[in-house]
Design a protein around this ligand. Structure first.
Ligand SMILES: [Fe+2]
Length: 263
């Protein structure tokens, strides 16, 4: 796996993307735009229009922040490739979405485990223009900031099955709002169409108890009735549900345990 480091952000808030990085962005966006047009939820597509991301070069955070500031008061915050949970929750609580300023290499064009600039910006920022989604994400940060380590592990599943891998009903159709899906061409198709994947009605108790793996296509997705449901979740006593889920324990995983190697 390539070793990634965030690129420096100068005093004007700009990243000096190289010609090759601009091309990587262009190729990623070109491929993904045609896929999400008919598969992403209307809130995501509206956000994408507001962001008006460049197609021929990697975007700049300052431009994204202007749009987010007027839509929901959110900001994108440049961070090193990896940050700890304390910092992650604290940033979300302050309506700052952490974004590492590196782009994947050509060798990992289709899939990489580390969230890169394309995943964060193309996958997540459009939904952050939506007030209900934005409120839910901030509440998640506030709860996580105060939670114990064990509670955080349970809370992380809520984030995983919503912000990262969430699906939502739209009339008779199912659409995508999760950034982990929308930044991955393979999973954009698989999540909606593959008969191998389960698509369950969103239930908070089940979600909090469902184990996941970060290195495979998800065997199971949870489908919201609508995006407003995220706002309703943010108004519930979510920590009560976390405690209930901790008492009940994890559900049996739908995947094989990950093989441990010592390579
Ligand atoms: Fe993400």
């Amino acid at each position: 796996m390539a070793q990634y480091h965030s690129k420096p952000v100068n005093e004007q808030g700009l990243v000096d993307w190289s010609v090759e990085e601009d091309r990587v962005w262009r190729d990623l966006v070109k491929r993904q735009l045609s896929l999400v047009e008919k598969r992403a939820c209307k809130e995501y597509l509206a956000g994408l229009r507001m962001l008006d991301l460049p197609l021929e070069r990697a975007p700049q955070i300052v431009d994204i922040n202007k749009v987010l500031a007027s839509a929901t008061g959110w900001q994108v915050e440049p961070v090193p490739a990896l940050i700890n949970f304390d910092r992650f929750f604290a940033l979300l609580a302050e309506k700052k979405f952490p974004v590492a300023t590196f782009l994947r290499s050509r060798e990992e064009f289709d899939y990489l485990q580390e969230p890169d600039f394309f995943h964060e910006i193309f996958g997540h920022c459009a939904m952050l223009t939506n007030p209900e989604f934005a409120k839910f994400t901030q509440t998640y940060g506030q709860l996580g900031r105060e939670a114990s380590d064990k509670e955080r592990v349970y809370l992380a599943r809520l984030y995983w099955f919503t912000v990262e891998f969430g699906l939502v009903k739209e009339g008779d159709e199912t659409k995508i709002y999760g950034g982990g899906i929308l930044s991955s061409p393979g999973e954009t198709l698989y999540a909606l169409d593959d008969p191998a994947a389960k698509r369950e009605v969103f239930d908070i108790h089940t979600v909090l108890r469902t184990p996941y793996r970060i290195d495979i296509m998800q065997p199971e997705y949870f489908v919201l009735d609508d995006i407003q449901q995220l706002y309703k979740l943010s108004q519930m006593d979510l920590m009560f549900h976390v405690k209930q889920a901790m008492k009940a324990g994890l559900l049996p995983p739908l995947f094989e345990p990950k093989e441990v190697t010592h390579a």
